[in-house]
Design a protein around this ligand. Sequence first.
Ligand code: AVJ
Length: 323
Amino acid sequence: MNVHAPALAEAHRFDEQTSIFADDVIEHLSQHPKRLSPKYFYDAAGSELFEQITRLPEYYPTRTELDILRDRGGAISAIIPSGSALVEFGAGATTKVRLLLQQCAFGAYVPVDISGDFLQAQAEALRHDFPALDVYPVAADFTAPFLLPEAIAAMPKVGFFPGSTLGNFEPQEARAFLRSARDILGRGAQMVIGVDLEKDERVLYEAYNDKAGITARFNLNVLQRINRELGGNFDLSAFTHRAIYNGDHHRIEMHLISRKAQSVRVLGRSFAFRAGESIHTENSYKYSLERFTALARGSGWTPRETWTDSAGMFSVHALQASD
Ligand code: AVJ
């Protein structure tokens, strides 16, 4: 707990979300090595840059998962009871969920995300395009326990967690998230989850170091956000994007490297950087089918079906809550 938060929030009259952001930034930049949470990539500019990333030739996860959801829609709908409630953890763009909503007869859709306004806008669009579907947006941090809408209490529950966002969690956090999701969804629930797979290191390297430099802008944008929302004075040109594959941990690591010795101020606090010093901004874990199956089994889920693309680049799993 950062003892400065109350004073910081008071001094800067932050809303609750910004005060948590301020707290995390001060705490994480005070650590050695320095780090920042990847959840702070997604302000409006960051969400737009991520949409651009999903359209890059090097970034295969999004289009590969879409192909699997499209090609396997029939098999997925075959295991989902009609009239189920679909609960999406961390609902962003609705491209993927629309594919499921078109192929399966869901009774309700519950998008869960921290960004309330974005959520409401997406919900309105879905209500327009799926008039028979009840949409209940829930503004909440999906990594923490939250209550499902009373209206879906009697419906079978199906969780949806696409895009390999699970890969951002450390292994123990991934287990905790899957357990929490199981508890939130309840007995007999199912989960459809997208998981990026281990593969040739060069393919991974290129997916996070695209030629157009969009991923670099996405990474640097978190410094821009700190400047804008927390009055920081980061000089973005004094930091370099670096994404590497760490084979020991089966993960892509994203870093921002200080190009020189410098000092940066955020909320009246000064942070010194050596030349070459890193801010670790994201891990993106890559799984083997075996390691993901073991993780699911160890988190209260029983793997029911696994679908991959023909090149084995990405996987979609249907899990059943273990009794
Ligand atoms: C949204 C977390 C799945 O890790 O591949 C894309 C985010 N980071 N390019 C990923 C991301 C750099 C993405 N996830």
